[in-house]
Design a protein around this ligand. Sequence first.
Ligand code: FES
Length: 328
Amino acid sequence: MELLVQPHGRMLQVSAGANLLNVLREHEVPVSYSCMAGRCGTCRCRVLDGEVHEAGREIKLTNPLESAYVLACRSTMIGDCTIEIPEPDEVVVHPARVFKARVANVERLTQDVVRLRLKANRAWSHSPGQYAMLQFAPDLIRPYSMAGLCGDELIEFHIRLVPGGRASEHVGGSLKAGDEVRVSGPMGTAYLRTRHEGPMLCVAGGTGLAPVLSVVRGALQAGMRNPIHLYFGVRTRADAYGLAWLDELADRHDGLRVHLVVAAGSADAGHRSGLVTHAVAADWSGLGGWRVYLCGAPPMVEAGTFLARRLGADPEHIHADAFYTAGT
Ligand code: FES
């Protein structure tokens, strides 16, 4: 059977039952992947035509107006098909790792946000904007985004403490320097696209600031001089943290504009008021040619995605991993 890979236009001969990710790798098609187990989302691609079997569901496309996203690592070839993979300049490959780390320190940033820094027992790699699973106990595993960069001495996470949440009680109550945490990752598709030359919009809600810091730090490290408009939305002024880090980044890059947006209370000299997505909507009439990074709670990410599309951003250039806090 035949597999047509777009946008390259490569036609591959494949066997029935072959794993889609394996086929792409064997033919040296540039494709992102990490966990190879359906967890990280980095191997996501789009089926444009034909048949694929993906982890319990059969995709059979006959209408040229339809398409379906699948995880290549979980997909099996069952007939001729056409897929589209992300642009080659976006491909990142960081083999998933599971390793032990020790808590270096736990620091309160606000009343309910903790900065957790870990010292890994081995080297690993990730792209700016990705996340990892942290296992504090056998049945206590949560996803958190890295705030720093690959190669940093310590791995940094920002954790919001949710009343009654088991992980929150553990991190905010008993976790201390020297404790062991098991880390697995990296995961996530909202990583920095370093070859993009146009403007970037980064929208962070609450502890979604962590991956946004990573994206901006990564952009500066990569020598990107793109205009970057960073919107940081918080509930109250007291919830705003990391402002000194943002000032330091703005000092390093003339093109970085930081907008602090506070939902409750009136505007002040240092911030605007209202919803962060409303601030973006008030400032911009078009986002064509932009890359958009959205990091925060699912309602903010959904509203931001809807807004970015309405303002003309290419849906393929809107990068978001919803930052779930429920039950933490
Ligand atoms: Fe496919 Fe992680 S490599 S989901």
